[in-house]
Ligand binder design. Structure first.
Ligand SMILES: Cc1cc2nc3c(=O)[nH]c(=O)nc-3n(C[C@H](O)[C@H](O)[C@H](O)COP(=O)(O)OP(=O)(O)OC[C@H]3O[C@@H](n4cnc5c(N)ncnc54)[C@H](O)[C@@H]3O)c2cc1C
Length: 382
């Protein structure tokens, strides 16, 4: 089968933010061979290539993309092994993530239940090590099978080789690294490895992994580290996510986002003390008296919620940017396209990036903290 190829396809229709201009060339790749051939051909002639999943972590410029967009449309879920310890399952990059979670929960497979409701495809989950409610895919990924653009081969990376961290991985960090063509790769946004499939190890257990996230534990009536039926965790996670506009819903403009726009900054002692001093000065009190929310982040560092910093810097829920860009009325971290995408009141990519820049600069000025964008920016920068 030959892949479906089209020209001048407007990418707004392929991103959850509903913004982004046309791709010069757009290929629907239904097999690994097609994905590899398109990427390899683009690389051979020095043309930018963007591998596209569900478009839920992307901000594409209004000018569009000057090269080839390879939309991953592969499928397949297969059990590699099933033993007393659990089940090893290999999943094609083009499978829908949330559908996989639902199926695993229904089949009594434990390990990804807290990640219900996250949009996008399986192939993108290792890129930023998706996580929510105390779980990350890095806890269950056994291996990632990928096309290595640098060596022009298929590689299998074991978990330890994936460089997983908080909302990052070797796949994300390799953006811009391949072939030394920095300018091209910055425009391309897809890194050295094109994920073809992910293998997960899940345990066979009707109960969830220990619930480690306070808000979820409270809703479930489970103590910290308690275990509850898988389906209960999935339902509770979906309900919590819906209340924050974090489950895609065409009828709810608060869900027209790329999820959280900023990661939570990880601060060392000195940086955290500075944030506390500045917060106290803003509140007109002594540094010892202000309470800045924070969580341990390892190596003696702390993670401070970006949402708290943003709100304290004066950007509350519903804060309007230009055009239809604004902060979600349900979640301070989500920047949304409030109007009809491409229609009346719809935001442009430039207006969304402009709002993100205003927030980033405001937090820098108020607290001296540099917020980092979580979504991948294509043809745009903060
Ligand atoms: C409402 C909403 C809620 C969200 N909640 C969460 C959350 O709770 N936790 C969380 O971690 N994220 C969350 N996200 C972000 C997003 O859903 C995840 O990052 C998701 O994994 C992105 O998948 P995708 O297929 O849409 O990737 P895309 O947006 O299509 O691509 C993102 C990046 O990955 C690259 N990429 C995609 N597929 C491949 C591949 N096969 N090989 C190589 N590179 C690839 C792209 O080139 C791009 O650079 C949320 C987003 C939305 C809109």
């Amino acid at each position: 089968m030959t892949p479906i190829v089209r020209e001048q396809v407007v990418l707004a229709g392929y991103t959850t933010l509903g913004v982004g201009g046309p791709a010069a060339r757009f290929v629907e790749a239904g097999s690994d061979e097609q994905v590899i051939a398109e990427v390899r051909d683009g690389d051979a002639v020095g043309e930018p290539v963007l591998v596209l999943g569900g478009g839920s972590n992307l901000v594409v410029a209004d000018e569009g993309f000057p090269g080839t967009v390879v939309h991953v449309a592969t499928s397949g879920v297969s059990i590699v092994s099933d033993d007393d310890g659990g089940v090893t399952v290999a999943v094609a990059a083009g499978e829908d993530w949330d559908v996989l979670v639902e199926r695993c929960v229904a089949d009594g497979l434990c390990g990804i239940e807290c990640l219900a409701g996250i949009p996008g495809l399986v192939g993108a989950t290792p890129i930023q090590n998706v996580g929510a409610y105390g779980q990350e895919v890095s806890e269950t990924v056994v291996a990632v099978r990928a096309y290595d653009r640098l060596r022009d081969t298929i590689a299998t990376l074991a978990n330890a080789e994936c460089g997983f961290g908080y909302r990052t991985s070797a796949f994300k960090r390799s953006v811009g690294a391949q072939r030394g063509r920095a300018a091209l790769d910055a425009a391309a946004a897809t890194g050295r490895f094109v994920v073809l499939g992910v293998t997960f190890r899940l345990s066979r257990n009707p109960l969830s992994a220990p619930v480690r996230y306070g808000e979820l534990a409270r809703v479930l009536g489970a103590g910290d580290g308690g275990r509850v039926p898988l389906a209960d965790v999935r339902s509770a996670v979906l309900a919590l996510r819906r209340s924050k506009g974090m489950v895609l819903d065409p009828a709810d403009p608060d869900t027209r986002s790329a999820g959280s726009f900023f990661t939570n900054p990880v601060l060392d002692d000195g940086q955290f003390a500075d944030v506390r001093r500045r917060a106290a000065a803003r509140a007109g009190s002594a540094a010892g008296e202000v309470s800045v929310p924070h969580y341990p982040a390892g190596d003696g560092k702390v993670k401070v919620p970006a949402a708290w910093l943003i709100e304290q810097a004066g950007f509350g829920k519903g804060y309007p940017g230009d055009g239809g860009a604004r902060i979600s009325s349900k979640h301070t971290l989500a920047l949304i396209n409030h109007g009809a995408p491409g229609g009346p009141g719809g935001a442009s990519s430039a207006s969304l990036v402009g709002l993100a820049r205003e927030i980033r600069n405001g937090v820098r000025q108020a607290f001296g903290v540099e917020l980092i964008n979580e979504p991948v920016l294509v043809g745009a920068e903060l």
